[in-house]
Design a protein around this ligand. Structure first.
Ligand code: GDP
Length: 298
């Protein structure tokens, strides 16, 4: 009998623990969940991510009378769960070199600045970097990129305004190969107004690249302006179709309340997020840290 009672006592203790868990913990009610979901949508996380987070929170137990802080922490954790799988820096791994990184995005998104920041970032890692001025459509684009190349201290291959971007890319890859360059970063025209032409232009660049190295381009990085909020998502959709996107860099996350769009993008497209832009200077490109971003957003 002693053995039976001993066993039961343990059972009773365990049941007690579980029961006390039920009494002291509770689920959020529908009104609270509604409020959280609305807040997430208003913060540009989009309806899908908001619904997913709501669903997960609905299954979670909180201390009775849970304070704002613990709910915030739970939201941050759910956001981090969405972001963690897409956090992925660009690694220079191409063999043979160079790794060809096409950078695409609408004008004004911060594309030129981001190219300069990336060049600076790779240079700090001791990689040999070269730029190619493949946006020959905008008068100022070539000049601007040249200024940045000088500032960073990397070589740049350019052609005439209105010239053929594919032939510039061809020259650039040959030069980069001869010089043992590790990363060739290619600027491209961002005129989404004329989708057909842009598509043809990018397809031609791809054909030329493919002839030189079947693996190229190794990366097709779409630069998005976070201040565009949900419109940035539409741009992902379009550029995926026009150019085939392998990863994202979100700019202008300083001074915008629309960082939630990162979560919407991650939830909806699952594309790697390489980095974020947090200012206009060369060192204002930050690795994408999902936990940090989640804490800041929530
Ligand atoms: P592009 O037309 O896409 O090549 O865009 P630019 O690189 O010329 O950038 C457009 C404007 O956005 C410039 O004034 C940049 O200084 C600014 N910009 C770019 N990235 C960032 C960023 O991360 N934060 C802020 N605040 N401004 C940025």
């Amino acid at each position: 009998t002693e053995r039976v009672f001993g066993g039961l006592r343990k059972t009773s203790e365990r049941l007690g623990e579980n029961l006390s868990g039920i009494v002291s913990k509770t689920r959020l009610d529908d009104a609270q969940l509604d409020e959280i979901e609305d807040a997430l949508i208003l913060s540009d996380l989009g309806p899908r991510a908001a619904a997913r987070i709501r669903e997960r929170l609905a299954n979670e137990k909180f201390e009775r009378g849970a304070d704002e802080q613990s709910i915030k922490e739970a939201v941050a954790e759910e956001i981090a769960k969405i972001l963690r799988p897409v956090a992925k820096p660009i690694d220079i791994v191409a063999f043979p070199r160079p790794q060809v990184i096409l950078v695409i995005g609408v004008n004004g998104s911060g594309k030129t600045t981001t190219i300069a920041k990336l060049a600076h970032y790779f240079q700090e890692l001791d990689y040999g970097v070269m730029l190619a001025a493949g946006d020959t459509f905008r008068a100022a684009a070539i000049g601007q990129l040249k200024v940045w190349a000088d500032r960073v201290g990397v070589p740049i291959v350019t052609g005439p305004e209105g010239g053929d971007p594919a032939s510039i890319v061809f020259d650039a890859v040959k030069t980069a190969t001869d010089q043992g360059i590790d990363a060739l970063i290619v600027d491209t025209a961002g005129r989404l107004q004329n989708k057909r032409e842009l598509m043809d232009e990018l397809a031609k660049i791809r054909r030329v690249l493919g002839r030189l190295n079947p693996e190229a381009p190794h990366d097709v990085v779409l630069v998005l302006d976070a201040t565009n909020g949900q419109n940035a998502l539409q741009q992902i959709e379009t550029f995926k179709e026009v150019a085939g996107v392998t990863g994202l860099i979100m700019t202008k996350l300083d001074g915008t309340a629309r960082g939630g769009v990162l979560v919407a993008a991650a939830e909806q497209y699952g594309l790697p997020i390489h980095a974020i832009g947090v200012g206009e200077r060369l060192d204002d490109l930050r690795p994408f840290d999902p936990d940090l971003v989640a804490r800041v957003i929530a």
